[in-house]
Write a protein that binds this ligand. Structure first.
Ligand code: HEC
Length: 161
């Protein structure tokens, strides 16, 4: 049992911070050169909704990476992310594939996969919020990484690079 722990834990400590560093790639693609002139600005609105999500999500990663974990601040951010996570989706109407959208055509071609990726993300944020409520620093890397992976998985298919 002890040998098992010794082999597994150092690997995780080595791998996780490197993986968490990759989260900076989520920050890219926010240039917005073209103005959204449509009524209601659905494209701009969903982009702003994603930006708001990353403003809650990213500081959690910074705390985990920099050993500056503060249980109450982390929980407040996880709460914020949960409050923001439903905002983008209603703005992906069928006629919203126009500049400055960075959504790939796949979002409309594969609506079921898009919905599945969204559900996986929602589930991951539930787990992160539950872990944040437990306030156990040792049990936060995995659920944080799972949310990160859910963001990235959806972007792979549905967000232009
Ligand atoms: C189910 C799919 C999906 C999930 C999950 C998802 N995104 Fe996105 N994201 C998109 C799509 C599609 C776009 C492109 C929006 C557009 O420009 O039309 C996008 C755009 C963005 C943008 C750029 C916004 C801009 O101004 O151009 C950021 C930042 C972002 N996402 C961050 C995140 C973060 C952080 C998460 C997880 C906490 C996340 N996304 C989860 C699909 C997703």
């Amino acid at each position: 049992m002890r040998a098992h722990l010794l082999t597994v834990i150092p690997t995780m400590r080595f791998v996780l911070p490197a993986a968490l560093l990759l989260s900076t790639t989520l920050l890219t693609a926010c240039s917005g050169e073209v103005e959204d002139t449509r009524p209601g600005q659905p494209v701009k609105t969903r982009q702003q909704a994603f930006k708001a999500m990353i403003r809650s999500f990213e500081p959690m990663g910074v705390m985990l990476r920099n050993q500056t974990y503060d249980a109450d601040k982390f929980l407040a951010l996880a709460d914020e992310l949960s409050a923001l996570r439903d905002a983008p989706w209603e703005h992906f109407g069928p006629d919203t594939d126009y500049p400055p959208s960075k959504t790939t055509a796949e979002a409309w071609r594969q609506p079921e996969k898009f919905a599945r990726d969204k559900e996986a993300f929602i589930t991951a944020t539930d787990a992160l919020l539950a872990a944040a409520q437990d306030k156990d620093r040792e049990r936060l890397d995995m659920p944080y990484q799972a949310v990160y992976d859910a963001c990235r998985d959806c972007h792979k298919t549905f967000r232009k690079r």
